[in-house]
Design a binder for this molecule. Structure first.
Ligand code: HEM
Length: 414
């Protein structure tokens, strides 16, 4: 899985016009690296004329991705054009949510939820996140194989969402269920499952509507449900928009942080010297967190739609064209991150990673995600836990969520 292209590798010899980096096989087999290395070398802004998602542009290097993100008036996020992933979502799947809106509505709604992720709220949540992390870690066996994804990553991120929403604790696995259905675009398009999925999303919105009504009747607090219920910009959303924004917050905070935690276990397994550095000096943990997120890049891409003819990286992009920004590639751009494949907690510019995006849509939950990962590392080190991967990881087979289905591990005491 070298970042570097090997001469003769299919990624090196395939005609540029035949390359389609949305191919799920590249992600299922963890074989995306050489393909993006090829595009960064030979066609950093690349046109794929024919894919299951129609024609699209790939933007593959760090500078060009930032250039696209920096011009939201030219590169729209709007759901009206099909949304923010390479899959065009229209009709019943095209839910209004602020990640898939342009200004002014985007800013109005983002400002409603932002206080939940501000410094004072983060400090307040840190206590509960730590307590829950400790409780979970104390249940983990030493020297016995288990699945890190389900036991640690899923459980911790679900708990964090429950804290963020001040969601009834005993019902928290409903959040996992809704997140899994909500984020499953394949299920949305499959006639055999689409109604089941839709019913889950309706149940979710009805459940939250009860919470909204309860919180509205109480003085405002800083949890997400109360903030939305008491706000002007989000207090009057219709059913579809409530559904869309709930899914955004649930899926946005779930798969991403989950896969950072899974990626962390896998990365430190492959670079044990880096974990040793943390064992020797836990003060390095805050620097390790952005590096792990860069290395994993839990969302492989975000998509924009070009609204007026323009140029990016020397290529002419036309109004209406779909533009896919491959964060997974920008974060391996050797001109910004030398020896980019290597996990290096001492990397001086790890914070320049693009895993949270860039510009007006940059992840609103970034600090909360970092906090959770930081606390996880701190508490693992206090318990002298070193994770070893004991079998083949199972990867998510799609080009949007970049992550793990299963990661068999054993914990040993160091
Ligand atoms: C490591 C974990 C995470 C990663 C990698 C991640 C990644 C991203 C990315 C790439 C974007 C789009 C940025 C852009 O278009 O420029 C985004 C936006 C967003 N994220 Fe995250 N995210 C993470 C954690 C979270 C958490 C914990 C939450 C909260 C529950 C959250 C909620 C959101 C929301 C609401 C948006 C939309 C922001 C906007 O459109 O203004 N994310 N995230």
């Amino acid at each position: 899985m070298a970042t570097q292209l090997r001469a003769g590798d299919p990624a090196d010899t395939t005609a540029l016009t035949a390359i389609d980096v949305t191919d799920p096989g590249l992600y299922a087999h963890d074989n995306w690296r050489p393909w993006f290395a090829r595009l960064r070398r030979d066609a950093p802004v690349h046109y794929c004329a024919d894919s299951p998602f129609g024609p699209y542009w790939s933007v593959c290097n760090h500078a060009d991705i930032q250039a696209v993100e920096a011009r939201p008036d030219l590169f729209s996020s709007s759901h009206v054009f099909g949304g923010i992933t390479v899959v065009d979502l229209f009709g019943e799947f095209n839910l209004p949510q602020f990640i898939a809106m342009d200004r002014p509505r985007h800013g109005e709604q983002r400002r409603v939820v932002a206080p939940s992720f501000g410094p004072s709220e983060i400090a307040r949540m840190a206590q509960s996140v730590r307590q829950r992390t400790v409780e979970l870690l104390d249940t983990l066996p030493f020297d016995t194989e288990f699945d890190w994804v389900d036991t640690v990553s899923i459980e911790l991120t679900t708990q964090m969402l429950a804290i963020l929403f001040d969601f009834p604790w005993e019902d928290r696995r409903k959040l996992t269920l809704w997140s899994d259905w909500g984020g499953d675009i394949e299920a949305a398009l499959n006639p055999a499952t689409k109604d089941v999925r839709q019913q889950h999303l309706i149940d979710m919105t009805n459940y939250f509507d009860r919470l909204f009504a309860e919180r509205k009747a109480l003085p405002p607090t800083a949890d997400l449900v109360s903030l939305m219920a008491h706000s002007d910009a989000m207090g009057d959303m219709d059913f579809q928009e409530r559904m869309g924004n709930l899914i955004l917050l649930i899926v946005g905070g779930n798969d991403t942080t989950r896969n950072s935690m899974s990626g962390a276990a896998h990365a430190f397994h492959q670079y044990p010297g880096q974990w040793q550095k943390l064992i020797d000096d836990p003060a390095k943990i805050p620097a390790a967190v952005p590096e792990v997120i860069r290395w994993q890049t839990p969302l492989a891409h975000m998509r924009r739609t070009c609204v007026a003819d323009t140029e990016v990286g020397g290529q002419m992009i036309k109004a209406g064209d779909k533009v896919v920004m491959w964060y997974i590639s920008g974060n391996r751009d050797e001109s910004v991150f030398p020896d980019a494949e290597r996990l290096d907690i001492g990397r001086p510019n790890a914070r320049r990673h693009l895993a949270f995006g860039f510009g007006v849509h940059r992840c609103v939950g970034a600090r909360l995600a970092e906090l959770q990962i930081q606390i996880l590392f701190e508490e693992m080190l206090k318990r002298r836990m070193t994770v070893t991967v004991t079998g083949e990881p199972e990867y998510v087979a799609q080009s949007f969520v970049h992550g793990y289905r299963k990661l068999p591990v054993v914990i040993r005491r160091h």
